[in-house]
Design a protein around this ligand. Structure first.
Ligand SMILES: Cc1ncc(COP(=O)(O)O)c(C=O)c1O
Length: 450
């Protein structure tokens, strides 16, 4: 007789949301801004541990989104909780812009060791991804004396006015705000599944070469002389735009272009960084170093922290040029130091291994369901694109939305990105057993949604 213990599964006991959840959603609708881009399913979280989230009505979900790619070490990892509690008991805030405390240089030194930027580096601390990007933009302008930027369609870099000038993944992000604050020109992102460039643009180098040629042969020769460009800003795996990994050669090509023209290469690793792709930073897959890297989301396991890490010779701005009251507060820094320790100890390796296992499982589902057009991405940053059928590749955003909801109803938390893709960004502690459960539910959700 087998003594194997059945794998833990989600437990859905009420309608979703249940009565307590509904009351919170109603209060939220009354008092909280309606500008948050919430999906059509409603998760009202109460507590969470590891990969499991319990809602206020006692329903238990398997989380394959990690609070939008943030809870890298899983929810409330005991060592992270301990580090936060210890730090909170000693020093919560002091304002690093005016005073000193050891956690700030400790974390900056650790980042200097691990970030794909030529050493030595310096770090500016902020509270979010968009703030890390704002820092990068200001720094590039300050360091080059130039003010034009090149960004990519489908990109997401944040919603404050500077980063919003780059962001271009949905019209809703721009509606009502009229003009761009910064002088940004957008180039199609080299989407390998849906190559936006002509054969003439690509030569024999594919979508990546198409994008490079677009910049050099069109932009530089018309609207955007290279000597006026402060920076090219790029996500190595486009996140909100649809979980699209950059093709080989593309980032290397951007590096070459930047070097030739004194342009800063700003790499936004806010979503792709901190072990998410099976390496500490996605750039490491390409062997490229940036001039400036933006980090947030997974760096502190859920506490608000953003970091802009740059070549030290660029960060020669004067006191007062850029600072933030809360940025890099001691508790967030302590949480980040513990998070990085856990990533290095085991979780980056787990992200690569279990991420690969999960991806193979999703590829099997692609051979079973004609409505999955593409499965892509490294580590635990996997996109599953929904189409009418694999031959025409016609996008099917409605089906994607239905699958997202059907998964949720079965206790699996997944979130869409891009027009018709579901992202898999689980906590990096996900096990193969968890992955099997998630794949089984996803399979059922697809079958029920067609
Ligand atoms: C690549 C990237 N950059 C920047 C941001 C903005 O981060 P935040 O929401 O913390 O401002 C995000 C958020 O999704 C992101 O994915």
């Amino acid at each position: 007789m087998s003594t194997a213990i059945a794998p833990k599964r989600p437990e859905i006991k009420t309608a979703l949301p249940g009565p307590k959840g509904r009351a919170i959603v109603e209060a939220d609708a009354k008092f909280v801004t309606p500008s948050y881009p919430r999906p059509s399913f409603k998760l009202v979280a109460d507590r969470a541990k590891g990969v499991w989230v319990t809602d206020v009505d006692g329903n238990v979900f398997l989380d394959c989104n990690a609070g939008v790619a943030v809870c890298s070490t899983g929810h409330c990892h005991p060592e992270v909780v301990q580090a936060i509690q210890d730090q909170a008991a000693e020093l919560i805030h002091m304002c690093g812009t005016d005073y000193y405390y050891r956690q700030m240089p400790e974390l900056a030194q650790k980042l200097d060791e691990i970030v794909p930027v030529r050493r030595p580096t310096r770090t500016h601390f902020a509270n979010s991804g968009t703030e890390a990007v704002e820092t990068a933009l200001k720094l590039a302008m300050h360091a080059t004396g130039r003010e034009k930027f090149i960004a990519f369609f489908g990109s997401f870099h944040g919603r404050t006015l500077g980063s919003l000038s780059l962001t271009s993944s949905r019209a809703a992000q721009r509606m009502g705000f009229k003009r761009q604050v910064l002088d940004v020109v957008h180039v199609p992102y080299p989407n390998v599944y849906r190559n936006p460039f002509s054969a003439e643009d690509c030569g024999n180098g594919g979508a990546g070469q198409g994008a490079l040629n677009w910049i050099e042969n069109r932009l530089f020769k018309t609207t955007t002389p290279p000597e006026e460009v402060a920076a090219i800003v790029v996500e190595p795996v486009q996140g909100e735009g649809g979980y699209l990994p950059a093709p080989d050669g593309f980032l290397q090509g951007l590096r070459r272009i930047c070097d030739e023209h004194g342009i800063m290469l700003i790499v936004d690793e806010v979503q792709s960084g901190m072990g998410r792709t099976g390496k500490m930073f996605a750039l490491e897959h390409y062997g490229v170093q940036a001039d400036i890297v933006c980090i947030a989301k997974g760096i502190a396991s859920g506490l608000p922290l953003g970091a802009c890490v740059a070549r030290a010779d660029l960060m020669n701005w004067k006191p007062g040029a850029h600072a933030s009251t809360f940025g890099g507060n001691p508790v967030a820094c302590a949480s980040a130091l513990k998070t990085i320790e856990l990533l290095e100890r085991e979780l980056i390796a787990n992200s690569a291994e279990v991420g690969g296992y999960l991806k193979r499982g999703l590829e099997k589902l692609m051979s079973k369901h004609d409505c999955i057009g593409d499965v892509r991405g490294p580590g635990m940053m996997i996109g599953v694109e929904f189409v009418k059928d694999q031959t025409t590749r016609t996008p099917d955003p409605d089906l994607r939305d239905r699958v997202e909801v059907a998964s949720f109803e079965r206790g699996l938390i997944l979130l869409g990105c891009g027009p018709n893709t579901i992202r898999w960004s689980p906590p990096l502690i996900l096990t193969k057993e968890n992955a099997d459960v998630a794949l089984e539910i996803f399979d059922e959700a697809i079958a029920a949604s067609k």
